[in-house]
Every structure is written in structure tokens, then in C-alpha cells.
Design a protein around this ligand. Structure first.
Ligand SMILES: Nc1ncnc2c1ncn2[C@@H]1O[C@H](COP(=O)(O)OP(=O)(O)OP(=O)(O)O)[C@@H](O)[C@H]1O
Ligand SMILES: [Mg+2]
Length: 225
């Protein structure tokens, strides 16, 4: 199969990430080689500090890659200009954080709208997306008036609003109780199934690996399986 016309959403070759703190350089990712196909629901697990968040940040270009290659839809993001990176983040990928990261002084509607405005788009579809995540009745609420599960639903709506092909989710259920956590997982699975969104999920919960068709285990910045 010709590379670039295949089904890979993500492919990394020898991806490395170092952080320099003062005089000390720490190698956090030690040569990651992974392939994630379009439509995969991929789980990334590993102990605290093994580099899971760093890997998601590198793949979504929230962090600069130190060495190696990372292809998104066949294009090496290491070579991207600032404007190509901005376009990638606005239209190809969506990111869901463990602590939701909603803007406290914006309403539910405005939080989702902001993501569209940044991408240079209007306010269509916002109510529809909030309906899809079960939050249509809360358009004028502020984040602090919502439960954690509800805030995460809004954060998912924000990640979805520009119709990304890939969603990175960094422990999206880490702060939620089991029942709400499962609801969020079911919502991600539904998006994966019906809209064919590629999901890359970091989780500490081994039970959730049943949602995944592919699992990578990280240890000390390396994939062990
Ligand atoms: N911006 C940074 N500057 C310096 N070191 C960093 C930075 N971000 C992460 N690190 C280091 O990289 C290592 C991996 O961190 P990372 O957050 O990727 O781990 P993780 O697997 O997501 O852990 P957790 O399960 O606790 O979230 C840690 O040793 C951390 O201290
Ligand atoms: Mg982490």
C-alpha cells in the first residue's frame, strides 16, 4: 500500500521528546513507533509519568517533537508551519482534557462557540452538538453551575464542534464517578461508531480497554506492546 493514500490517521517513527529543566535534560519519549488507523478506538495506558500526556500533546502539536516523525493523515507535522499547526488544531483534531478546561466566565454556548470562532466559523450547529452530548437545556449555564460530568460533556461538544477526524482524550473520565465515566465512554464510542471519528484515549481504567480495538502500553517513554 502506498503511504499517504492508506488508512492511517496517525503514524509515528522514532518519536522522541526531551524536556530540559535547568541543566538537566530528561528524555520522556524514547522512540515511539505507532500506527493508528482511521476509525480506530485506541487506548494508551501506562504508569504515572510514563509519558502518556506528553505523547498526546506531541501528536496534537501542543508540544514540539524533539526527534523523529509524526504523520497525521499522511503529513509529517514536524515540518508544519505555525499556520498549518493552527489549521490542524482547529479542523482536524479535537482535544478533551482531564480537567475539562472550560472558560469560567463564558456560558456553555459561548465556550463551544469560541472554538468555532477561533476556526473562523459561525455559530451554526452549536445547539445541535450540545443536544448530541445531552446539554441542550444548559446553554446559558456557566461551568461552575454544572457537575463534573456535565462540564466534560460540554468539553466534548467543544472538541466536536469543528468536526474533527481525530479526538485525543486525556483521562476524560479521571475525575468522574464510575456511572458518569461510563456515560462519557459510551458517548465517545457512539461518535466512533456513527461518525467514524478516530479516538485516542489515555486511561488508567483497564475496564475501559474493552471499548478499544487497539491498545498501546507505555513504560518509561517506550511502547512495550
Ligand atoms: N513541560 C514539562 N517540562 C518538564 N518535564 C515535563 C513536562 N511535561 C512533562 N514532563 C515530564 O515528563 C514525564 C512524563 O509526564 P507525562 O505527563 O507525559 O506523564 P503521564 O504518563 O501522562 O502521567 P500521569 O498518568 O500522571 O498523567 C514526567 O517525568 C514529567 O515530569
Ligand atoms: Mg497524564
Amino acid at each position: 500500500m502506498l503511504w499517504g493514500v492508506g488508512m492511517e490517521a496517525i503514524k509515528t517513527i522514532g518519536l522522541k521528546k526531551n524536556f530540559k529543566v535547568g541543566m538537566i535534560e530528561q528524555q520522556v519519549l524514547n522512540g515511539i513507533d505507532i500506527i493508528i488507523e482511521k476509525g480506530d478506538f485506541t487506548g494508551i495506558v501506562g504508569p504515572s509519568g510514563s509519558g502518556k500526556t506528553t505523547l498526546l500533546y506531541c501528536l496534537s502539536s501542543l508540544e514540539k517533537i524533539s526527534e523523529g516523525k509524526a504523520y497525521i493523515n499522511g503529513k509529517n507535522i514536524v515540518d508544519f508551519t505555525e499556520s498549518e499547526i493552527a489549521k490542524l488544531r482547529q479542523s482536524t483534531i479535537g482535544f478533551i482534557f482531564q480537567f475539562y478546561n472550560l472558560i469560567p466566565n463564558l456560558t456553555v454556548f459561548e465556550n463551544v462557540l469560541l472554538a468555532k470562532v477561533i476556526a473562523g466559523k459561525g455559530d451554526s450547529q452549536i445547539e445541535h452538538i450540545l443536544d448530541k452530548v445531552g446539554m441542550k437545556d444548559f446553554l446559558n449555564y456557566y461551568p461552575n453551575q454544572l457537575s463534573g460530568g456535565m462540564q466534560q460533556r460540554v468539553a466534548i461538544a467543544r472538541a466536536l464542534v469543528n468536526e474533527p477526524e481525530i479526538i485525543f482524550a486525556d483521562e476524560p473520565t479521571g475525575n468522574l464517578d464510575q456511572k458518569i465515566g461510563k456515560e462519557i465512554m459510551d458517548l465517545l464510542k457512539e461518535l466512533n461508531r456513527t461518525e467514524k471519528v478516530t479516538i485516542v484515549l489515555v486511561t488508567h481504567n483497564e475496564d475501559y480497554l474493552t471499548y478499544c480495538n487497539k491498545v498501546f502500553r507505555l513504560l518509561d517513554g517506550k511502547i512495550i506492546i
